[in-house]
Design a protein around this ligand. Structure first.
Ligand code: HMG
Ligand code: MG
Length: 297
């Protein structure tokens, strides 16, 4: 396993979908352009879900159209169904992410479908994506706990991750949606999934609700994963997961990985500047410990 960790920046999507106020389209575009100048290789730009469900990202097409596509940077977007796929393709999207969960009750609240129904809904999306040469990532939510059913069986995580991979998702991101996971469980869950899906096709996605995200990332890095999702300034949360809060702050994940001698290609100073800029835009203190520690005052 190499010492390069690919950071997937999810702030413009996971972060902004959970903001109480609606951020101006121009500010979303400015955020993504700033992030792409930090050396981040992947920036999840927005989400083509129903605007009735997530009004915060109703301007997905304008955001995607407006960003400067830097060469070498991927800009995937969330797509829940064929309608979302078509909207995304109209503006030239070439990398999408579909999303399901290991818990039936969360999936029903989040996308109004059972797990099986959601996979069936993705099938025609995968067919179209394959024909159009569009790359597809898959998410499994609630891998370490569900806000509605509580404990989640690892076998359910393995089953859904494996189904997404077999359908053609080149990468499957394992989401601790409500941040209740702890390192030993995170490691065991990853190991179980890696028994069915190659480790190089797996990513981890930790929300920091209980302050466990960095510890969980470390455990998973030690287990062999090399793709880590994070959100600048620690924004994030799923509007349909009661109690969910921010993702691990990208600044903190990058600081830890660099400190361990691993590389990410990200310029930490420039990322910290962007995190500070975003916190000012949102009118609240950053959730990144690194950015706070480097604050001039
Ligand atoms: P539904 O209400 O069952 O869908 O929602 P529907 O097919 O009956 O459509 C209802 C209306 O929405 C219709 O409009 C459709 O046209 C429209 P109407 O006829 O009423 O005027 N519609 C759409 N419009 C635009 N784009 C679309 C689209 N689809 C339908 N793509 C649906 C089902 C999946 C659409 C809905 O539940 C939804 O959009 N859910 C998204 C929820 C969401 O975005 N959650 C957050 C992202 S997941 C997450 O954060 C977790 C993650 O970070 C990992 C982790 O942390 O675990 C990834
Ligand atoms: Mg998330």
């Amino acid at each position: 396993m190499s010492d390069f960790v690919r950071i997937v920046e999810v702030g413009p999507r996971d972060g902004l979908q959970n903001e109480k106020t609606i951020i101006a389209t121009a500010d979303k575009i400015a955020l993504i352009n700033r992030l792409s100048a930090t050396g981040l290789p992947v920036i999840e730009a927005t989400s083509f879900v129903s605007p009735k469900w997530v009004p915060q990202l109703a301007d997905a097409a304008d955001v995607y159209r407006g960003i400067t596509k830097r060469s070498g940077v991927d800009y995937p977007v969330l797509v829940p169904n064929l309608q979302g796929y078509e909207r995304a393709r109209e503006v030239g999207v070439s990398h999408i992410a579909v999303f399901s969960a290991a818990s039936e009750s969360f999936n029903r609240k989040n996308i109004n479908a059972s797990i099986e129904e959601s996979l069936a809904r993705f099938a025609p999306v995968m067919v179209r994506a394959r024909a159009d040469g569009v790359r597809v990532r898959g998410y499994v939510s609630t891998v370490l706990g569900c806000p509605y059913q509580g404990d989640v069986d690892v076998a359910d995580v393995v089953r859904v991750a494996s189904a997404l991979h077999q359908m053609g998702c080149e990468e499957v991101s394992l989401g601790d949606t409500i941040g209740t996971g702890t390192p030993t469980k995170a490691r065991a869950m990853l190991r179980a999934v890696a028994g069915e899906v190659p480790m190089k096709a797996l990513a981890v996605h930790f929300h920091d609700t209980y302050g466990q995200a960095l510890a969980n990332i470390l455990a998973c890095i030690e287990e062999g994963v090399r793709v880590v999702d994070a959100a600048v300034s620690g924004t994030g949360g799923c509007p349909y997961a009661k109690g969910a809060s921010g993702n691990v702050a990208t600044e903190d994940a990058v600081y830890m990985l660099h400190g361990m001698g691993m590389s990410t290609g990200v310029d930490l100073d420039s990322l910290v500047d962007t995190g500070r800029w975003l916190a000012a835009l949102l009118g609240r203190e950053t959730s990144s410990k690194v950015t706070r520690a480097r604050s001039p005052d």
